[in-house]
Every structure is written in structure tokens, then in C-alpha cells.
Write a protein that binds this ligand. Structure first.
Ligand code: ADP
Ligand code: MG
Length: 243
């Protein structure tokens, strides 16, 4: 069986700036891959190319056997199976928590209102926020809002979840509750690509860690290797700064 996500020689330019310089990687179903690296190295751009929030300049991306870089493919159909969680939670401020979670499946007519509501309540229980179903986003802490954002992404029943620094905007005391939800998701077999500065999470949860610098995958290894014995001097330099 082929990998669930295949990226093949991906290049991305913004104008004349080459941000991704030939990225290739494969991620199997159920794997958790953490992407680490300095600011500006292209981590977000890589994630955004995987769900086509950015248009790759060159190269191929295959998700669930569908070549999403092929213009003939219905990208919206593919994107539905890929959930994304951002640093900024981006909840709709004027909608109660429950309705934030119900919104996408309803808009796309994938569920009846009743089904969507039931799913939302189930997901809120999963992220530990059952009692906040009718609260407004502004009444929640940052950590709670991010857990709602995860529930909202899960409402589309994705089989891949992309996380772009999901805890970077949080006060330190709220980081753990969000990572705990992500850890549980990983344990349930979700395929996850996580851009993070949380090296503890990467050590505990990742099957593989990718170190990116200057638009290139400089090193890729299981956490037990990359954190104890990085081979690339750039990886070592980066880890010396953040560990
Ligand atoms: P990272 O997530 O690793 O910090 P990014 O993927 O966000 O890196 O950015 C990589 C580089 O691409 C940076 O130099 C950034 O300024 C540039 N970049 C990102 N998005 C855009 C854009 N929409 N237009 C122009 N340049 C961009
Ligand atoms: Mg980024």
C-alpha cells in the first residue's frame, strides 16, 4: 500500500523567493510527524501546500491516492478529509461554541442539523468541554478556544490533521491541555503533521521528526535519534538553542 501523504520534489516560490526547495516526504496512515525548524524555514508553507491553501509551484502531492497537484482533481473534496488547526484559533466570534463546530458540515450539507449537533456535543466531550457548548468563544480561555478549534476540524471527520504551531499563541499553563487532546488523537490512529516548538510532545508522540531549514528537509529521523544524536550540524545548532 502506498503512503497516505506523498510529497515529491515540491517547490514553492513567492515571487522570486524560493521558500520550498525540493521537499520530498512520505507519511503512512496513522503516523505522527512533527516538523521543527527556525522561523521562516517554510514549515507553514509546506502544510499549506498539503491542503492546497497554497498553490505549489512545482512538484507533486498525493493524498489518499489522489494527486492533489493535478488541476483536474476536485480539491474541495480532498480538503474535506484534511483538518487544519492554526496558531490563531479563528473561531467565529459571533457564534456559540456548538455552532462553530456544526457550521462546516451544515454548510456543505453533509449532516442534518440534528446530526451535526449530536456530533458537536460528542466532540466537545472528547476535548473536555461539554459544559461550554452554548458559551461564546470570547468567554473561553485560549486553551479552551484551541480545543474547540480542534473539535471544529474533527467535525468534518478528517482522516488527516495538520497542526501549525497549535500552542504557540497560548499562555504556558494552557499548552498542556491542548497537547493532551492532540496526544489522544494520535493514540486513536489519526495521521498527523504537527509543526511545533514543543520538543517534549515531539519526543513523546512523533513517529518521526523532520527538521526544516531554508526550505529544505535537512534531517528526518525518529525522535529518539534526532534529539539525542542529530547528524546534521544545522539540526544540532537548532536543538542547542531550543532544548
Ligand atoms: P515558517 O512557518 O517556517 O516560519 P513560512 O512557511 O511561514 O515559514 O515562510 C517561509 C518564507 O516564505 C518566509 O520568508 C516568509 O516570509 C515567506 N512567505 C510566506 N508566506 C508568504 C506569502 N504569502 N507571500 C510572500 N512570502 C511569503
Ligand atoms: Mg509558520
Amino acid at each position: 500500500m502506498s503512503a497516505q501523504i506523498i510529497v515529491n520534489n515540491l517547490h514553492k516560490y513567492f515571487g522570486s523567493l524560493e521558500v520550498l526547495k525540493g521537499i520530498s516526504l512520505e507519511i503512512e496512515k496513522g503516523q505522527v510527524v512533527c516538523v521543527i525548524g527556525p522561523s521562516g524555514s517554510g514549515k507553514s508553507t509546506l502544510l499549506r501546500c498539503i491542503n492546497r491553501l497554497e498553490e505549489p509551484t512545482r512538484g507533486e502531492i498525493v493524498v489518499d491516492d489522489i494527486t492533489i497537484t493535478d488541476s483536474k482533481e476536485d480539491i474541495n473534496k480532498v480538503r474535506r478529509h484534511i483538518g487544519m488547526v492554526f496558531q490563531q484559533f479563528n473561531l467565529f466570534p459571533h457564534l456559540p461554541v456548538k455552532e462553530n463546530i456544526m457550521m462546516a458540515p451544515l454548510e456543505l450539507k453533509l449532516k442534518t442539523k440534528k446530526e451535526a449537533e449530536q456530533k458537536a456535543l460528542e466532540l466537545l466531550e472528547r476535548v473536555g468541554l461539554s459544559e461550554k457548548a452554548d458559551a461564546m468563544p470570547r468567554q473561553l480561555s485560549g486553551g479552551q478556544q484551541q480545543r474547540v478549534a480542534i473539535a471544529r476540524a474533527l467535525a468534518m471527520e478528517p482522516d488527516i490533521m495538520l497542526f501549525d504551531e497549535p500552542t504557540s499563541a497560548l499562555d504556558p499553563e494552557m499548552v498542556g491541555e491542548v497537547l493532551a487532546v492532540m496526544k489522544e488523537l494520535a493514540a486513536m490512529g489519526m495521521t498527523m503533521v504537527v509543526v511545533t516548538h514543543e520538543m517534549g510532545f515531539a519526543k513523546d508522540v512523533a513517529d518521526r521528526v523532520i527538521f526544516m531549514d531554508e526550505g529544505i528537509i535537512q534531517e528526518e529521523a525518529p525522535p529518539s535519534e534526532i534529539f539525542t544524536n542529530p547528524k546534521n550540524p544545522r539540526t544540532r545548532g537548532f536543538l542547542d538553542k531550543v532544548l
